[in-house]
Ligand binder design. Structure first.
Ligand code: UD1
Length: 434
């Protein structure tokens, strides 16, 4: 079992170019299925979740080739519409293949990605939207069987601006007859990036980034080339590591506008933040201070995915910070592990109260989910002494060579095989979805 061994207390300094966004590339890979043509996807990060998507595409009949950070998908040869359970289980966003497979083949047979480590994650909005477009969907236990004689454009009002539902419906709508209007759509930058990809393949999609997305279906779809957006959550994580370690770090390849709620927190905590259109530099000015309440919210609010890394940075602050997690009901699992590093954090329901401590200390901890795991790395970098972070199968889902990126900034971090066999700490598994 691999672990990250981190000797904390090093000041991070330097400049990095952030990876392509996990939450963009996954819907884009599903979208590549829809065209039946060749998609050249640049700035594609090498992540476990990307491999999982690639495995699904290959199973469906696509051919894939990687050339450096470019992934080339030919979805011409698709010859099946089922996704086996083990591939569905690899990650939550496999659900995006529902809209894509259905749109492409007229049928889809797959299983629910199910509950996961952040609390229940229903897909009722995905299903009701697809039904409104003319899909027949039968559910037996966790198996979904979907078919359609032809999807039709329609008006869909989402009750929650769900990222996944918005993306699934956009994919299906590209092959539907007529116009689809998605109201109360998610406004995340990754939705805008998906729109960019769909347009590049010839689809007519407007409005992404606003609450109304309009897709005119049945346009001829062709070969295309698209570069994936920079990852604002990975960027937020590296800025959190800089803030926690008293550092000075520039993150390039990400829009400062996509990070404004996160950088606003670090400014309030006492850091100097300087933004260019596609880079952000954070300079720490000593120990962080506690900040006003941090409420997670759909974009343009503070991202739930940045909650754990930012909380980890503030664990060693002067004063108190209250977090309110409004998106997922069980997203404080990292708190127990942060406490092992010496953090003083109490949780009750959706609220977590961080009392800053003078210093964190090294400990053995285990990632229980992707962003929580990133939070543990941030805390360990700031801690006095040596830490070991296990559960890398979660972190590797969303961070491309996290140890290489951080080591280049001066962190004392290495990936190694663990020789310990603490059954509780290093237990395998957990749910890899997210
Ligand atoms: C996406 C991101 C994830 C991020 C999340 C919120 C990807 C691959 N994942 O996940 O990293 O944490 O957005 O920004 O992009 N909901 C329903 N019914 C539905 C769908 C969602 O009730 O049919 C609820 C969820 O339980 C949750 C909220 O809506 O409480 C937001 O979920 P959603 O935006 O769909 O998140 P994901 O697309 O799963």
């Amino acid at each position: 079992m691999e672990i990250l061994q981190i000797r904390g207390g090093r000041r991070l300094e330097g400049s990095l170019r952030v990876q392509g966004a996990k939450n963009s590339v996954l819907p884009i890979l599903a979208a590549s299925l829809v065209s039946g043509a060749v998609s050249v996807i640049e700035n594609c990060p090498a992540l476990r979740d990307v491999e999982a998507s690639a495995a699904i595409l290959r199973h469906l009949g696509c051919t894939l080739r990687r050339e450096g950070s470019t992934l080339i998908v030919d979805s011409g040869p698709v010859d099946r519409c089922d996704v086996p359970d083990d591939l569905m289980r690899e990650m939550r966003s496999s659900v995006l293949f529902l809209g894509a497979v259905l749109a492409r083949t007229g049928c889809a047979s797959l299983s629910l990605p199910g509950g996961c480590e952040l609390g229940p994650r229903p897909i009722d909005l995905h299903l009701s939207g697809l039904r409104a477009m003319g899909a027949e969907i039968a559910q037996e236990g966790s198996d979904l069987r979907c078919r359609t004689a032809g999807l039709r454009g329609c008006e869909i009002q989402l009750t929650i601006p769900s990222v996944g539902a918005t993306e699934n419906l956009m994919l299906a709508a590209c092959r539907a007859e007529g116009t689809t209007v998605i109201r109360n759509a998610a406004r995340e930058p990754e939705i805008v990036d998906l729109q960019g990809f769909l347009r590049a393949m010839g689809a007519s999609v407007q409005g992404a980034g606003s609450a109304t997305v309009v897709v005119e279906g049945s346009r001829p779809l062709t070969d295309c080339c698209h570069a994936v957006l920079g990852d604002r959550i990975a960027a937020a994580t590296y800025l959190a590591a800089a803030a926690a370690s008293g550092g000075d770090v520039e993150v390039r390849g990400v829009s400062y506008r996509h990070l404004s709620t996160v950088t606003g927190i670090f400014s309030e905590a006492g850091c100097h933040v300087c933004s260019e259109p596609d880079s952000v530099r954070l300079r720490s000015r000593g120990r962080l201070r506690g900040v006003g309440p941090v409420h997670t919210a759909p974009y343009p609010g503070f991202p739930t995915d940045a909650q754990a890394p930012v909380m980890a940075a503030l664990a060693g602050s002067l004063g108190e910070t209250v977090f309110v997690e409004n998106i997922f009901s069980d997203r404080y699992r990292h708190v127990r592990e942060l406490r092992r590093l010496g953090a003083d954090i109490r949780t009750e329901g959706r609220v977590a109260v961080v009392h800053g401590v003078p210093y964190l200390h090294g400990a053995q901890v285990r990632a229980t989910d992707l962003r929580g795991g990133a939070g543990l790395v941030v805390a360990a970098l700031a801690a006095v002494g040596e830490s070991e972070v296990a559960g890398l199968e979660h972190i590797d889902r969303g961070y491309e060579e996290i140890e290489t990126v951080l080591a280049a900034l001066g962190a004392d971090i290495r990936r190694k095989e663990s020789i310990r066999k603490d059954p509780d700490l290093y237990r395998e598994g957990g749910d890899a979805r997210g």
